[in-house]
Design a protein around this ligand. Structure first.
Ligand code: PGA
Length: 239
């Protein structure tokens, strides 16, 4: 496992279902990482073994993993397989997986356990819908997600949390800076065991708002979707 405490911030590119070999070549030619920060590129699984992984501050991440370890599960990829190809991190429970593929907190907990057992750090995604926010249910939703999706043997060195309000993903909308800081502080205090966890913010992060977000006391980095597909934009976020 990587020593997460060694990095001042963690930046994750979530390419989702985008990219091809030519895109990756050009992207890595232009990518400029900052040695103080941890940069993780989460590409579609098909490209994971092509990604450069320098084991210092640039890492490869998957976007999902199977709840199963092996057997008759056509189409699945196990944590052990990801570990065999030097994947160090894996997104788990992204809201698109929760909403489109009906993933439950229980699935996310199992996936995260499999990853930790294979020395891969799960990045466990949490966040409320707009409807839940409008009904003042954000904290209630987060408590349930944290308690049910984070395995008992997770700790601040083997697990990362990403707070991504669903209504902020791909919309250009974000909570206010005070709201982001308050929610991150809330997550870290749901239980004393989460106090030292790295909590990243995701949802419409771009170069024009990333430094404001990243300096917040309780924010330990960002998870970036759309803006991570443009390498110049991603460079300016992580610089
Ligand atoms: P966005 O996506 O940066 O395009 O809002 C974030 C994510 O889905 O992780």
């Amino acid at each position: 496992m990587n020593k997460l405490a060694n990095f001042s911030s963690i930046f994750i590119a979530n390419w989702k279902l985008n990219g091809n070999i030519q895109f990756i070549k050009e992207y890595y030619d232009k990518l400029i990482t900052n040695p103080n920060n941890c940069t993780i590129i989460c590409s579609p699984s098909a490209f994971l073994s092509f990604l450069k992984n320098n084991n210092k501050n640039l890492f490869t991440g998957a976007q999902d993993v199977s709840i199963y370890q092996e057997g008759p599960y056509t189409g699945e990829l196990s944590a052990k397989m990801l570990s065999d190809i030097s994947v160090s991190f894996c997104l788990v429970g992204h809201s698109e997986r929760r909403q489109i593929f009906n993933e439950t907190n229980k699935d996310i907990n199992l996936k995260s356990q499999n990853l930790i057992e294979n020395n891969i750090t799960p990045i466990i995604c949490l966040g409320e819908t707009l409807e839940q926010r409008e009904k003042n249910l954000t904290k209630e939703v987060l408590i349930k997600q944290v308690n049910e999706s984070i395995p008992n043997h997770s700790n601040h060195e083997n697990t990362i949390i990403a707070y991504e309000p669903i209504w902020a993903i791909g919309t250009g909308l974000t909570p206010t800076m005070d709201e982001i800081d308050e929610v991150h502080n809330f997550i870290k205090n749901i239980d004393t065991r989460f106090r030292q966890f790295k909590v990243l913010y995701g949802g419409s992060v771009k170069s024009s708002n990333s430094s404001q977000i990243n300096v917040l006391k309780n924010v330990d980095g960002c998870l970036i979707g759309g803006a991570s597909l443009k390498v110049e934009e991603f460079n300016s976020i992580i610089s």
